[in-house]
Design a protein around this ligand. Structure first.
Ligand code: GLU
Length: 447
């Protein structure tokens, strides 16, 4: 394959959620695996609802997920290109002015339905004479503009769904330009895909019908160039079958981040759900990319359970090597010679990354030791060997305590753990003890 170029085209009218992350990651992993380019293209021609703030937050959320665009564009800055595309369509008689109001269209649709006809726009505006148009304009009506679909079936070989056929006779001529002259998404998207030489359009299956229309636009605007390949993936749905809308606040990337879920856990769930691959924790996006394959994406809805994010986060953290998290640890002031051995000892015991602070306090700070049996603990403290300590110290010491006290099993280990860490359970004490050190250990055991 020659280097692919893809785009992720969110509308900056809200925060992105895990379903949007799925689209972004499908595109990103696809081009990363094929050494292509990923374009972030803000679909912000809806001036009333798009904001710079949302665009900025989308960039932040993508960066958190590890999705780094090769280029960023805003459609609001590219209107001249869309005007030129519209002019070309007008010249070819494919873009025509319509004057119906929403109410008039609604009435017509109801009449069609009453007669058992499909609610397809009847092209009445195409039959207006110049004089009738002039009269409507004189009454103050402004036209909206529709694309005249060619009759017939549009076909493509979808990289996920296989051969798709859509009969355009069942579709209304789509409105491309509103009364106020602003563009709907359909035309700018194609004009940009042509201009940016997009090779693959990977997006949700809610766009399948748009693709039929847009393939006609590709043919009208760039008849010489082959259109991009299309892949329409299944959409994430909640456990009870509900779809995700942009307003599903709790599943926004920002709130998942704030709840402490790992970006790679979110990415793995967003990507692998609804495919023939098991949802599993990964250490890097590149590793996720190696699992990812458009051909593995199922055609059934991608049912997912946000509850899986907790387990996935726990498993993801357990996979991280120290160098994966060195900077994040430093940001929490977990630095110095104990940072790396602590990470290795504790990474399998974390629900969220910040839980490392609890274990950092155990080896480097103050805790409240729990002393259940002070006599036993004093005896154990007296048996602590001299330093230097290493990972063999614990078993040698516990062996001595066992011999001296006759205790074994839980009665032996549990009071030591409670006193040394203040916690019921946690990382291996063999790893923690040398980090706690002799002086602190004696203080915690013997008070
Ligand atoms: N803004 C559109 C969406 O988020 C873009 C669709 C496309 O990828 O063409 O659904």
């Amino acid at each position: 394959m020659t280097s692919p170029i893809v785009r992720f085209a969110p509308s900056p009218t809200g925060r992105i959620h895990i379903g949007n992350a799925r689209v972004a990651l499908f595109n990103y992993l696809f081009v990363t695996m094929h050494h292509g380019r990923f374009i972030l293209r803000f679909d912000d021609t809806d001036f009333a609802r798009s904001t710079e703030e949302f665009a900025g937050s989308i960039e932040i959320d993508l960066a958190w997920l590890g999705v780094v665009p090769d280029a960023i564009f805003r459609q609001s800055e590219r209107i001249a290109l869309y005007e030129a595309a519209a002019a070309k369509l007008r010249e070819e008689g494919r873009l025509y002015p319509c004057y119906e109001t929403q109410d008039e269209l609604e009435k017509r649709r109801k009449m069609q339905q009453a007669r058992g006809l499909p609610p397809v726009y009847d092209r009445a505006a195409l039959r207006l004479s110049d004089a009738e148009r002039a009269k409507l304009e004189a009454e103050g009506r402004r036209p909206h503009w529709r694309f005249k679909l060619a009759p017939g079936v549009v076909e493509w070989n979808d990289l996920i769904r296989g051969p798709v056929h859509i009969d355009c006779a069942a579709l209304s001529d789509p409105v491309l330009i509103r009364e106020d002259g602003s563009f709907l998404y359909t035309l700018p998207s194609v004009a940009d895909d042509i201009d940016m030489k997009i090779t693959h359009v990977i997006r949700g299956e809610d766009h399948v019908t748009n693709t039929a229309v847009q393939l006609q636009l590709f043919a009208a605007l760039a008849p010489q160039a082959p259109p991009p390949a299309f892949a329409h993936h299944n959409l994430l749905i909640g456990a009870s079958g509900e779809g995700l809308s942009k307003r599903t606040g709790s599943l926004s990337i920002a709130s998942l981040r704030e709840e402490g879920y790992e970006a790679l856990a979110v990415a793995a769930l967003a990507t692998l759900t609804g495919s023939s691959d098991n949802v599993q924790a990964v250490r890097t996006l590149a590793q996720l990319g190696r699992h990812f394959d458009l051909a593995h994406v199922s055609r059934n809805p991608a049912r997912f359970d946000p509850g899986d994010l907790a387990t996935l986060t726990h498993r993801t953290l357990a996979l991280f090597e120290f160098e994966d998290v060195r900077e994040r640890l430093a940001a929490l002031d977990v630095v110095g010679h104990k940072a790396e051995p602590l990470w290795r000892a504790a990474r399998g015991n974390l629900s969220t990354f910040e839980d490392i602070l609890k274990w950092w306090r155990v080896v480097e700070g103050e805790i409240a030791p729990v002393r259940e049996d002070t006599e036993f603990l004093a005896q154990a403290a007296a048996l602590l060997p001299q330093e230097p300590w290493d990972e063999t110290t614990w078993s040698a010491w516990v062996g001595d305590v066992k011999t001296a006290t006759g205790r074994k099993g839980k009665a032996l280990f549990h009071p030591l753990r409670l006193a040394l860490t203040g916690e019921e359970s946690g990382p291996e004490l063999a790893a923690l003890l040398p980090l706690i050190g002799r002086m602190t250990a004696i203080a915690r055991l013997a008070g």
